[in-house]
Write a protein that binds this ligand. Sequence first.
Ligand code: SF4
Length: 439
Amino acid sequence: MAKVITGVGCPYCGASCDDIEVTVSDDGTKVLEVKNACAIGNQVFHHASTPGRITSPRLRQPDGTYKEISYEEAIDRAARILVNAKKPLIYGFGSTNCEGMSAAGRVAEKAGAVLDNCASICHGSSFLAIFDNGYPSCTLGEVKNRADVIVYWASNPAHAHPRHMSRYSIFPRGFFTGKGHMGRKIICIDPRVTDTARVADIHLQVQQGHDYELFNAFRTVLHGGDIPDMVAGIPKEKILEAAGIMKKARFGTVFYGMGLCHSDGRNHNVDIAISMTRDLNEFTKWTIMAMRGHYNIAGPGVVWSWQFGFPYCIDMTKRDLVHMNPGETSSVDLAMRDEVDAFVNIGTDAGAHFPIPAVQHLKKHPWITIDPNICMASEISDLHIPVAVVGVETGGVVYRMDNVPIQFKKVVEPAGGILTDEELFDKIYERMCELDQEA
Ligand code: SF4
């Protein structure tokens, strides 16, 4: 008899939907049907029970092929690599739970490693702006129930977070937003005519890389100043119209994406976005939120800030002096300078995302990939250790993009006795302690 599990969390994008219904086979090993998820989320659940999944660790052989080894041997090898390295880098955490992140933190501390997550190459610049200028944010529940003006700036949830608009921002009816879409104004600011721009009431097609100027124009207008007839490719009257709507909002939210973090200005764009939000609070209630990419990429920032005092780029190589300095202790910069002598890629794909010279430097040293799937990183690794898929084969706590913790559920048994990230890192830690004692 098939079993239906409700209230399941989707382990894909930062919207972290927790209303998924999954039907599993009566033996609890196969996902049969997924309801409520978008097309991407649906695939994540079905993919986990695909035949041919890697279920044993694989060790690179001298001829370049992989040989299956036991978990015990893989754990021993990983522990030895970390114990022997002078400056190992443990990077990733785009797709794991907080329990796995915390366990990896213990291993990193023991190894005297640099511990970093994907924010290092995506919303890390947001952190820098938030440190400087604060974060007048809110929860997605408040957006759903209160927001009558939404600004999507340099983000395209129609593709990157497919249910964001229907679950939280534009379409849902909330406590004070009973008319749903009819009661909301949507402003999209993006150089491209995206699918999000198509559903917006106003689309300001800002010139690529000129967001800072446009923010400045909004701030000037909000303070009663005058602006040129055209700013960043946008006519003055359009800016005045959008600013007027924003000032009259009952509750507004700016959702900003990677278009701000990765175009000219980077953290300065986010900084001025926060300042504009603060300006708007002189007239009414406004909030701002980063469109975080992965379902728990807010997690390492929370977990490691609690463990070590820093959210990313955490250098523990000096043991008694933990510090963070993006540019110096960030993964790509370390790799480009060929400063690390062992690399653990966990729950991400540095092989696909890092610049080629960075990958070439990392490849000179032992490279371990911890990931349920075959990816570019796994295929160039010396050691690939498969783990259970979080949100499908194991549960755990994840932090949604608004930093709200959600308990994700396990829906099927992990294939072939695969370990979870937490179990794997705990075992590596134990083995490192044994090796210490043997030395
Ligand atoms: S919007 Fe994101 S979290 Fe929600 S179902 Fe789709 S992929 Fe999953």
